[in-house]
Design a protein around this ligand. Structure first.
Ligand code: ZN
Length: 322
């Protein structure tokens, strides 16, 4: 089953399923050249993009450009499958290019910590195998610089906005004339899975990203997942007042986790990550729904990303207290 949603004469959202309950929204953009924002996992171009294109009277070989919002496997993991068929170019932010090109690096940088930080290094081989089943390494044809404008013809001009937080190299593509922002995972709410924590790996710049997106005059905010927040529905495309609402709730959620982590750290100076993370998770769970893993005491979804990144930041700020 594929779910396509053509909400603009030149933009079609393509919903893709992958792995065990994973879901990513891709966006086909029809300029002179056909472009696809993100490709999902390896199975997604063939299973979901091809039928969506058929409904538009087009085919995979018409795609000339792949634009990635960032390098993660569920966004750039389908690049190779698509360019094998279509020969499309891959354009990606300079900072996230290495993780799309190198799955080993991606695993070490983002996913291994979910096992190692909770004392389950025995699970690493299985976790890595799952990643390799879902994604292939990507070639990179063009490294995008912040602020550059990508002219795809027929009035499609996408500005590359740096929107770090989820990853250091996350970017959003801004079609100013139409008020459309394709923000990838830049605004992750509480994450897309029930009771999870937001996947924010580089929290230092996250609030600036919220400020930037909040300052834009948008008609539609086009995200890659159905993020949960505090009060809003999980629609992946948001309009009108719901856009600012989503940005505001992302900020509230981020601050709640940061407060919980700081308080937990203050009460346990010098304690190891797992102990601090567990206390922070319990504190946050007082104020929003969190599905806590019984073994680790951390959230089942997104157990280490934001907690570990904030823990490292706070320890750096505290300096040599240890
Ligand atoms: Zn991601």
């Amino acid at each position: 089953m594929h779910t396509d949603f053509k909400f603009h004469p030149q933009v079609t959202q393509v919903g893709c399923y992958w792995g065990d309950g994973g879901h990513t929204e891709l966006y086909l953009i029809e300029g002179d050249d056909l472009a696809l924002i993100d490709t999902g996992c390896t199975n997604c171009p063939g299973e979901y993009v091809a039928p969506a294109l058929a409904a538009l009277g087009r085919e995979l070989t018409d795609i000339k450009v792949i634009l990635n919002t960032h390098g993660h496997f569920d966004h750039a993991g389908g690049n190779a499958a698509l360019y094998d068929v279509a020969g499309a170019e891959v354009w990606l932010s300079e900072r996230d290019a290495p993780v799309a090109a190198d799955l080993e690096l991606q695993f070490e940088k983002y996913f291994a910590q979910n096992d190692t930080l909770v004392g389950r290094a025995d699970r690493l081989p299985a976790s890595k195998e799952t990643l390799y089943k879902q994604a292939r390494p990507s070639k990179i044809d063009r490294k995008l610089a912040d602020g550059e404008v990508l002219d795809l013809g027929r009035g499609v001009e996408l500005r590359v906005l740096p929107t770090p937080g989820h990853t250091q190299g996350s970017v959003s593509f801004y079609w100013e004339r139409e008020g459309l922002l394709f923000s990838g995972d830049a605004l992750p709410g509480r994450g897309s899975r029930p009771g999870g924590f937001p996947l924010i790996y580089t929290p230092a710049a996250f609030e600036q990203t919220l400020d930037l997106i909040g300052s834009l005059d948008l008609r539609a905010l086009c995200m890659s997942h159905h993020y949960r927040t505090l009060t809003l529905s999980t629609e992946s495309v948001k309009y009108g007042a719901a856009i600012k609402g989503h940005v505001d709730e992302c900020r509230q959620i981020f601050r709640a986790v940061a407060r919980g982590l700081r308080a937990a750290l203050r009460e346990r100076p010098g304690a190891p990550f797992l102990e601090v993370g567990r206390a922070a998770t319990a504190a946050v769970a007082q104020n929003m729904p969190v599905a806590i893993d019984q073994d680790t005491g951390l959230p089942q979804w997104g157990p280490t990303a934001i907690l570990y990144a904030l823990w490292q930041l706070e320890r750096k700020a505290e300096g040599a207290w240890r």
